[in-house]
Design a protein around this ligand. Structure first.
Ligand SMILES: Nc1ncnc2c1ncn2[C@@H]1O[C@H](COP(=O)(O)OP(=O)(O)OP(=O)(O)O)[C@@H](O)[C@H]1O
Ligand SMILES: [Mg+2]
Length: 153
């Protein structure tokens, strides 16, 4: 987390609206009223292309329920989002391997999700968000399935 200048933690009881808020900030869901401003810009007013661009380039989203793709391997889940934006496949595979290594998951890189534990899947979903080096990371209970040492790391 030392890479980031600001960390905002949303806390509240189950069902209070944490995930809903995150979905709205990341434009996965629209609020019925109000505004969401990021860097002074009302992001709800962006058109569809600008919204996709904003999500792709600015945001790394760590979903509460991971939202990984079961038909892809661990490493494919991490580098696939980068393929849309960056051309060089060898380079993005290298980046994905580097982050898998940092996450202690390099041995699992070619495994499918059904062969991974819940905590391993959670770390894959964290790696997928971090590998983009986005300006903003939205992390919805990102350590819920990790032991205390892995969570702290
Ligand atoms: N798509 C939806 N349509 C209607 N209501 C929803 C929808 N998604 C969530 N809700 C409701 O909105 C409320 C907030 O849900 P949300 O998932 O944001 O809570 P949360 O704070 O993230 O909870 P948790 O800690 O259990 O993850 C809940 O009462 C939930 O039932
Ligand atoms: Mg939630």
């Amino acid at each position: 987390m030392e890479r980031y200048d600001v960390v905002i933690i949303g806390a509240g009881p189950s069902g209070s609206g944490k995930s809903t808020t995150f979905h709205q900030i990341s434009l996965l869901d629209n609020p019925t009223s109000g505004k969401i401003k990021i860097s002074g810009k009302d992001i709800i007013k962006l058109d569809d292309n600008e919204k996709s661009d904003f999500r792709l380039k600015k945001i790394g989203y760590i979903f509460q329920h991971y939202e990984l793709l079961p038909e892809l391997t661990a490493i494919e889940n991490i580098y696939l989002p980068l393929m849309v934006e960056r051309g060089n496949l060898n380079e993005i595979k290298e980046q994905a391997e580097k982050i898998l290594n940092e996450m202690g998951l390099i041995k699992r890189k070619d495994h499918y999700l059904s062969e991974l534990s819940g905590g391993e899947q959670q770390r894959i979903s964290i790696a997928r968000a971090l590998v983009k080096e986005p300006e903003l990371i939205l992390a919805d209970e990102p350590t819920a399935n990790l032991d205390s040492v892995a969570g702290k790391k």
